[in-house]
Design a protein around this ligand. Sequence first.
Ligand SMILES: Nc1ncnc2c1ncn2[C@@H]1O[C@H](COP(=O)(O)OP(=O)(O)OP(=O)(O)O)[C@@H](O)[C@H]1O
Ligand SMILES: C[C@@](O)(CCO)CC(=O)[O-]
Ligand SMILES: [Mg+2]
Length: 387
Amino acid sequence: MEVRARAPGKIILAGEHAVVHGSTAVAASIDLYTYVSLSFPSDSDNDGKLKLRLNDMALELSWPVGRIKEALPDMGITASSPKPCTPETIKLLAALVEEHNNIPEAKITLAAGVIAFLWLYTSIQGYKPATVVVTSELPLGSGLGSSAAFCVSVSAALLALSDSVNLDFGHHGWLSFGENDLELVNKWAFEGEKIIHGKPSGIDNTVSTYGNMIKFRSGELTRLKSNTPLKMLITNTKVGRNTKALVASVSERAARHPIAMPAVFKAVDSISNEVATIIQSPAHDDIAITQKEDKLEELMEMNQGLLQCMGVSHASIETVLRTTLKYKLASKLTGAGGGGCVLTLLPTILSGTVVDKVIAELEGCGFQCLVAGIGGEGLQICFNASS
Ligand SMILES: Nc1ncnc2c1ncn2[C@@H]1O[C@H](COP(=O)(O)OP(=O)(O)OP(=O)(O)O)[C@@H](O)[C@H]1O
Ligand SMILES: C[C@@](O)(CCO)CC(=O)[O-]
Ligand SMILES: [Mg+2]
């Protein structure tokens, strides 16, 4: 039996970073997915190994399961009750990653993802030999939630072949989890995100699990019903960055300015709440749609200004902002910033010719543009009984 899971990436429309400090944020899933397949070997091809193939990194890692068992304290399988990985266990897992696999220096940020994988695997499936293959349509480390999509799809595949969820194994095609199972996947994915991000708010794994558009504050999810389709241009500056380091830098700034920074976070909270209200407000004609879009553009610009206050913008992001402003279009960074991706609202009345011109100019700067579908399906799985 093989199971495949797919979990989407996301954009944050308002509130990144501030959400880590208790403010509201608004996020939507995008139609780019990370896929994970999990299969257990038959008796004849069981070589006693856990194999992890990371297609996006062109890497195959493997460990004898006996060695994993020997290296870790006896934790037992805790699939139905997610728990955090202790700093001591992270060290043991890091040593296992180093011991059996030479991750090239250029791919070293990958180690945190592999440690998260091993934590999820051993907690949910124990020490069974298996093959796990990961492939993603998302650019990694660019602000589109690749780490969350990775943690959600890995957790879902592992749980799907455990006794802790209730699924129809005979179902053909993509299948959604029930509410309780979604909650379990989301909790495990959050534990994985903690290993990769240090101090995640949980918004990325939550929007990847549930899909659509959400408002999120202090771990609380509110599903939003958008009344008008939003079209966003996503520009990848291709400047590499690391969410863990950026989240830590904002926390350090907050510690240095204990009066000023909470005021910044509070302003972001008001912006996110206004964005959520506008998104859900009815718009029956073109004039109302344009009015909504004008307000959203202004709020995006205000949010970007506050992200600059937090110190997470970057010269490449400023270049995208200046370029889109020439066409009177509003933009903001999305995700952790420091490079990565920028969102530009494409108003409904904007002509295709202008969109083409903006894209050509941005791509002329060496950036990569994509127009992704917003607010689609969250996590789904698919069984392949024949394998
Ligand atoms: N398809 C994948 N294969 C292997 N590792 C992955 C994959 N996707 C994500 N990762 C892990 O996640 C890390 C990137 O996470 P990071 O949080 O820095 O960026 P992001 O999630 O893309 O952006 P953001 O958190 O701002 O939305 C990678 O270095 C790797 O450890
Ligand atoms: C920067 C951040 O706010 C969003 C990253 O997509 C981190 C988080 O909320 O965990
Ligand atoms: Mg991430």
